[in-house]
Design a protein around this ligand. Structure first.
Ligand code: FAD
Length: 325
C-alpha cells in the first residue's frame, strides 16, 4: 500500500497532499496496490471525500483532541501508530514546514531512510522499488535513491512539483477512523496560542502571473518597479535567491530549489541569469519571458520570449503602455 500523509489547518487541506495523491495513484498502478490518505486533526470528516476524489482508495481520519494543533512529538506518535498498524510499502509527505520536521522524526522512529525534496518518483519495473530522484551536489546532478531493505520507503516532495490533478467526483473510497493512544505519554511541547502572520498579497505558488527579479535589478527600489508591473498585470512579484540574500524581497517569495516551486501561466524573469537551482523552481511555467542584457544567459535558452536589453528601459515602457490601457 502507498500511504500519503496529508496536512490540514483550520479544516483546510494543504494542496501538496492532493498533488501527492495524484502521483501515488500513478505509482499504485505500477505496483497494483491501493492508495491510503491519512489526515490528522479534530474536525476533519469533511476532508475525506476530497481526498478520495483526488486519488485515495481509503482515508484514515486520525482523530484526537491533542492533534488540533501541530506539534512534532504528538504527530510523530500518532502517525507512528497508524504506520505500524498499516505497514505501507511507500510513505509520501509534502516537504512543507511540517513535513520537513516530521519526515526525519518519523524515519528515525521507524528505522527507515528518507529521501527529502524529491523531484521525481517512479517504480522500477524489475525490482518494484521506489526510485526517488532529487538534486544533489548543489543541484549540479540528479541523484536517484532507493531504499532496498527498510520499510516504508519514505519521500518528501515540495508543493508544486507534481501537478494538481482534477478531482473525480465519481470516485468511491473507504473512510476509516483511527483514534491514536496519546494518553499517559509525556510530551514536552504544548501550544498556548497561535498568532498568524498577516501575508501581504497572494502566495506565489497560487498566482497565475509572476514578475521575478534577480541580482540584475540592483536594488530594493528596483523591485518597487517590478511590483508596479505585477500589480498592473494582476500578478505577484518574486525573486531569485540573490535578490532575497540582498534583502530586496522577502524569503517567502524566493523561487527555486531552496525556495518555492511555481507553475504560473506567465513567468517574467527580469535580470535573472537562470542558474539550475532557479530553473528548478520555475521551468514548468506555461509561458516564460526573460529580460536580460546578456543574450547568452541560460534563462534565455528556456524562455518562450527572450528580450535582450536593460531591464529598466523595457519594464519602464511596459508599465507606461499598461497604464495607458
Ligand atoms: P546572477 O546569476 O548574478 O544573474 C544576474 C543576471 O542579471 C545576469 O544574467 C545579468 O546578465 C543580468 N543583468 C544584470 N544587469 C542587468 C540589466 N540592467 N538588465 C537586464 N539584465 C541584467 N537560486 C535561486 O534563485 N533559487 C534557489 O532556490 C536557489 N537555491 C540554491 C541552492 C543551492 C544549494 C545553491 C548552491 C544555490 C542556490 N541558488 C538558488 C543560487 C543560484 O545558484 C544562483 O546563484 C542564483 O540563482 C543567481 O541569482 P540571479 O540569477 O538573480 O543572479
Amino acid at each position: 500500500m502507498i500511504m500519503v500523509l496529508c496536512q490540514q489547518e483550520d479544516g483546510e487541506l494543504h494542496k501538496v497532499g492532493l498533488e501527492l495523491l495524484g502521483k501515488a495513484r500513478e505509482l499504485a498502478q505500477d505496483l497494483e496496490t491501493q492508495v491510503t490518505a491519512v489526515i490528522p486533526g479534530v474536525d476533519i470528516s469533511h476532508l475525506a471525500p476530497i481526498l478520495i476524489q483526488h486519488g485515495a482508495d481509503r482515508v484514515i481520519l486520525v482523530r484526537h483532541k491533542e492533534l488540533k494543533n501541530y506539534t512534532v512529538e504528538k504527530y510523530t506518535e500518532a502517525f507512528c501508530q497508524i504506520i505500524e498498524k498499516e505497514k505501507p510499502e511507500i510513505l509520501l509527505l509534502g516537504a512543507t514546514q511540517l513535513g520537513r520536521e516530521i519526515g526525519p522524526s518519523l524515519a528515525a522512529r521507524l528505522k527507515t531512510g528518507l529521501t527529502a525534496d524529491c523531484t521525481q518518483l517512479e517504480i522500477d519495473k524489475e525490482t518494484k522499488l521506489l526510485l526517488m530522484t532529487r538534486p544533489a551536489f548543489g543541484g549540479n546532478l540528479m541523484a536517484t535513491i532507493i531504499c532496498p531493505n527498510n520499510r516504508p520507503q519514505m519521500a518528501t516532495v515540495r508543493p508544486g512539483v507534481f501537478p494538481l490533478k482534477n478531482a473525480d467526483v465519481n470516485r468511491k473510497g473507504e473512510i476509516i477512523e483511527f483514534i491514536p493512544n496519546l494518553e499517559g505519554k509525556e510530551f514536552k511541547i504544548t501550544i498556548e496560542e497561535i498568532v498568524k502572520k498577516v501575508r501581504k498579497g497572494t502566495d506565489i505558488t497560487e498566482t497565475k502571473i509572476i514578475v521575478a527579479g534577480g541580482r540584475g535589478i540592483g536594488s530594493k527600489e528596483g523591485f518597487e518597479q517590478l511590483k508596479e508591473l505585477a500589480d498592473l498585470l494582476g500578478g505577484e512579484v518574486a525573486g531569485s535567491r540573490a535578490a532575497v540574500d540582498n534583502g530586496w524581497i522577502e524569503k517567502d517569495r524566493q523561487v527555486g530549489q531552496t525556495g518555492k516551486v511555481v507553475r504560473p501561466k506567465l513567468y517574467i524573469a527580469v535580470g535573472i541569469s537562470g542558474a539550475i537551482q532557479h530553473l528548478a523552481g520555475m521551468q514548468e511555467s506555461e509561458y516564460i519571458i526573460a529580460i536580460n542584457k546578456d543574450p547568452e544567459a541560460p534563462i534565455m535558452k528556456i524562455a518562450d520570449l527572450a528580450i535582450v536589453g536593460d531591464w529598466k528601459q523595457i519594464i519602464g515602457r511596459l508599465i507606461q503602455k499598461l497604464r495607458q490601457e
